[in-house]
Write a protein that binds this ligand. Structure first.
Ligand code: FE2
Length: 411
């Protein structure tokens, strides 16, 4: 199969792409169709590697308003709403919602998802179900599952054992939530435990780290120090790190040295943290998004995630990664021309590095022929005009498409 007239990753000259046996067989300016080969004219549209959701909670998705709406929109009322919804949690319920969410993601060109799954539940039903879904949904998406201790590791009964069990069941990554533990000592011990567990079992790490406006919340330095000392480096990701928004600059300068030595990844969730953080402030109200611009400038790897889709903590979301990039660029003040052009990397190549997709990702000969085509000529135009994702190819097979709506001015 031969694709002609592709503008790959903001290139200004068109390229041809040959796909054979589900992999990129050739990429070049002039490829001649072989006899009988199917030819697709991409009409000078933007071609990108598939989008990646690097941080979401699929086990809670699509539950907003069931059984009650979060009227204040706060994190704390969200927790109360979820406690009521959690009573109805079953394998069938999770499967029905996750299937719907993954299909929503597919229509927006997402082919890889890292989901955090709550394991502070003695039944571990959500973990068991998500591991089944990881297999059942392989045609549409690669799912990475993080064992996420929503209520803490040291601060929840049997927390260490539940984490260990989740890893044994087949979780891909180990989580932690240091800012939620009862004490600072528990916070440090929970991180020591989580990173050791990952090192011993050859797993990735993704910590909900300092998701609080407390400038004294300093889980991040422990995450980075253990990543360095255990040799885990970029297998480790710090998600949220919203407290860094409030750290004093002298501390950040000191911390930055360690972060660079540790080479850990960062995931920022600009939609949800702009919505939930700063709630204890009067005015001025903090944005509560980590220092994406500064981390990026220092050469650290940052991606953007959605975090929640239509659940008690975030009442919106359709699985379109464009939404997080759009909000992220605004709130992080990253709207210089080149910053906008490059911003697709927050939901593609940077996220691929975080998920350790390696040579199974990217538009290069020999790799799986997975890509999306946007109704625009470059990412600036795609973002600005909210361009439609025209089609999504996964391992050489078209798995989703959209037809742009047409509009007319009649006066
Ligand atoms: Fe999260």
């Amino acid at each position: 199969m031969l694709f002609q007239n592709a503008l790959i990753e903001n290139s200004t000259t068109t390229t041809c792409i040959r796909v054979e046996n589900g992999r990129f067989a050739a990429i070049g300016p002039e490829l001649t169709p072989n006899p009988g080969e199917e030819v697709v004219d991409l009409q000078s549209k933007l071609v990108l590697p598939p989008f990646i959701e690097s941080h979401v909670h699929l086990d809670t998705c699509l539950t907003a308003g069931d059984p009650v709406w979060n009227m204040s929109g706060t994190l704390f009322e969200g927790i109360e709403c979820w406690a009521k919804r959690k009573e109805k949690l079953s394998k069938a319920d999770i499967k029905e919602r996750v299937n719907r969410a993954v299909r929503m993601y597919a229509t927006h060109g997402v082919q890889h998802i890292r989901t955090h799954v709550d394991v502070t539940d003695p039944s571990l039903v959500a973990m068991e179900t998500m591991l089944e879904l990881r297999e059942e949904l392989r045609e549409l998406v690669d799912i990475q599952v993080v064992a996420f201790p929503q209520e803490g590791i040291l601060s929840y009964p049997n927390g260490k054992q539940l984490m260990t069990d989740a890893v044994k069941m087949g979780a891909d990554a180990v989580g932690a939530i240091p800012h939620f533990e009862f004490t600072r000592e528990y916070s440090v011990e929970s991180l020591n435990f989580a990173l050791r567990l990952a090192a011993e079992n050859d797993k990735l790490v993704d910590v909900h780290c300092d998701e609080i406006d407390d400038e004294a919340s300093r889980g991040l330095e422990t995450v980075a120090a253990r990543a360095l000392e255990l040799g885990l480096f970029d297998k480790v990701t710090a998600s949220h790190t919203t407290a860094m928004h409030s750290y004093n600059n002298a501390y950040v300068v000191r911390l930055m040295r360690l972060l660079k030595m540790s080479r850990i990844n960062f995931v920022s969730n600009p939609l949800v943290n702009t919505h939930l953080q700063g709630r204890m402030d009067t005015y001025p109200k903090r944005r509560g998004v980590t220092r994406v611009k500064e981390l990026t400038a220092e050469g650290l790897n940052v991606s953007f995630g959605q975090d929640d889709i239509f659940d008690p903590w975030y009442p919106m979301g359709v699985g379109n990664p464009r939404d997080v990039v759009f909000m992220g660029l605004h709130v992080c003040q990253m709207m210089g021309y080149q910053e906008i052009m490059d911003s697709y990397k927050f939901i593609t190549t940077n996220a691929a590095k975080t998920l350790h997709l390696g040579e199974e990702y990217g538009i290069e000969v020999g790799r799986p022929a997975s890509f999306v085509v946007m109704d625009a000529k470059n990412y600036y135009d795609a973002l600005s005009a909210n361009a439609v994702m025209l089609c999504s190819y996964r391992k050489g097979r078209k798995i989703a498409e959209n037809v742009p709506a047409s509009s007319k001015v009649l006066a």
